[in-house]
Design a protein around this ligand. Structure first.
Ligand SMILES: [Ca+2]
Length: 495
């Protein structure tokens, strides 16, 4: 009982039902084996931050959402953010209400459009609105607002509010059931109500006076009964969701009532069960429907052992620094501060930080951040230099640039140089002064570009280096100590 009450004190952001006696049996659960998961401090001193994202415009800036109605922008390498947008005067911020979501248009770098989800002062409704960056300053937004969608709210609870563009270019919006507990109006199952849904709309084409349209392949489009905007339904409070950049799958974390937290893979027209089910548990709110309605079970669910209370959905890791296993999905729990990893169907506790994880976030490079209500942002990973890639190596005559093909034995390797192509995805000034390691021998290089602009390392070979048939291994190490992959060429017998 004490633990349940303690947890209740801190559920200002994501409500749950505070009953200590309603514990379901344990089932799908995490093996409690913390692995080493270093975290790098990025920011502190924020005011109730609850989301972080990037503009994917090549600027590598981070944008942090504060509940009160501010968006802050952090330049790469900076330690202090500045104000990008302040709409605190419009935002009703308390408990689960506030500025809740932010997404940049896929063509933001050219059209400067971005979108927010917030609860408005005047009547507590959810507003989804569009803004643009000011013409004069890319780090300050224009305060002109274009409202796309207003959703009246029946209670102060269960707003969700996540916004993101899918790989299909359409705009996805998470809407909670609107509360209060147990979805008394059964909104999440009502296809004529936008609550308890994931919506999918087109923000590039208006529909008459409506500033957006619904894609024709939405499951309830047109004469099909139900609101045209709905993509999936039967959700309680899908606070955070994300797309796997490799597979396009939509992972959503649906915060439970008091028994089950769940991760769902959201698909077209899917019914995720609420309020008939909480996770796979029949709620007995509509007992006859538990055996009658087809719903999609969670990918993973957990109950509330050891003080867990609310799932915070994260991201499938697709970064290149090796901070997490590629393809693993990271998520957390608001109350315990646990950060978990789902990999090959098995969850493990990666690490545990102080409680009140409000969200995860992702930067342009696919690195993942953890945001806490107390005002901190940390990046999962280390400060070790990022690895980089070389894609090709060739040997040519220094005198005339003639490429040796095949690469055959030459008595005097000094007359030749090796050209190593750096991946165009990873070039950086840090490559200036890099060394090329050829068969274990470290050589100086010139960092330059080819006639077609490809970044390359050029290194003069030593006399003995082409003298005998066999492998010629090539690796590059930057001045900061970071290593590339290794390429292997074959020296063949003289032609
Ligand atoms: Ca319809």
């Amino acid at each position: 009982m004490r633990r349940a009450l303690f947890a209740c004190l801190f559920t200002a952001l994501i409500a749950m039902l505070c009953l200590s006696g309603n514990r379901a049996e344990a089932h799908t659960d995490a093996a409690p084996t913390p692995q080493a998961a270093p975290l790098v401090p990025v920011l502190s001193g924020l005011t109730a931050p609850l989301y972080l994202t990037s503009a994917h415009d090549g600027s590598n800036r981070l944008f942090i959402v504060e509940q009160d109605g501010r968006i802050k922008v952090l330049q790469p390498g900076a330690t202090t953010p500045t104000i990008f947008l302040d709409i605190t005067a419009k935002v009703l911020s308390n408990g689960e209400r506030g500025l809740l979501g932010l997404a940049f248009h896929p063509q933001f770098s050219t059209n400067h459009r971005f979108f927010v989800d917030y609860i408005r002062q005047s009547d507590g409704s959810t507003v989804v609105a569009e803004y643009q960056v000011s013409a004069a300053n890319a780090n300050v937004a224009d305060t002109t607002e274009k409202v796309l969608l207003v959703i009246p709210q029946p209670s102060p609870m269960h707003k969700a509010g996540m916004l993101e563009f899918g790989p299909d270019g359409f705009f996805y919006i998470a809407v909670g059931d609107g509360g209060p507990n147990r979805d008394p109006d059964a909104r999440a199952q009502n296809l004529n109500d936008l609550h308890g849904k994931i919506l999918r709309i087109d923000v590039d084409h208006a529909d008459g006076s409506q500033p957006y349209s619904s894609p024709v392949d939405n499951p309830f489009f047109g004469s099909e009964p139900g609101r045209d905007e709905i993509w999936a339904y039967g959700l309680r409070n899908p606070w955070r969701f994300s797309f796997d950049h490799a597979t396009g799958e939509l992972y959503a974390g649906d915060v439970g009532q008091g028994a089950r937290e769940e991760i769902d893979i959201i698909t077209r027209g899917g019914n995720y069960g609420w309020r008939i089910f909480e996770g796979t548990l029949c709620t007995n709110l509509d007992p006859l429907l538990c055996s009658a309605v087809q719903t999609i079970p969670p990918l993973l669910e957990y109950d509330h052992p050891s003080g867990r209370c609310a799932i915070i959905s994260g991201y499938v890791y697709r970064g290149t620094r090796g901070s997490l296993p590629t393809g693993a999905y990271v998520y957390g729990d608001f109350c315990t501060g646990e950060i978990l990893l789902l990999q090959n169907g098995v969850s493990t506790v990666l690490t545990q930080i102080a409680p009140h994880i409000t969200s995860f976030g992702e930067d342009e490079a696919g690195e993942i951040y953890v945001i806490r209500q107390e005002g901190t942002v940390q990046r999962i990973g280390t400060n070790a230099p990022a690895p980089f890639a070389i894609t090709q190596a060739l040997v040519r005559k220094r005198a005339n640039g003639e490429v040796l093909n095949p690469l055959s034995v030459r008595a005097n390797g000094k007359k030749f140089e090796i050209v190593v192509f750096e991946s165009s995805a990873t070039p950086t000034q840090a490559s200036v002064g890099a060394k090329v390691i050829v068969n274990g021998k470290t050589l100086k290089s010139d960092y330059t570009t080819t006639a077609t602009g490809e970044p390359v390392f050029v290194t003069q070979l030593k006399q003995f280096m082409l003298a005998t048939p066999g492998p010629l291994t090539v690796e590059v190490v930057r001045a900061d100590g970071s290593h590339s992959n290794t390429l292997t060429l074959q020296i063949v017998a003289a032609q």
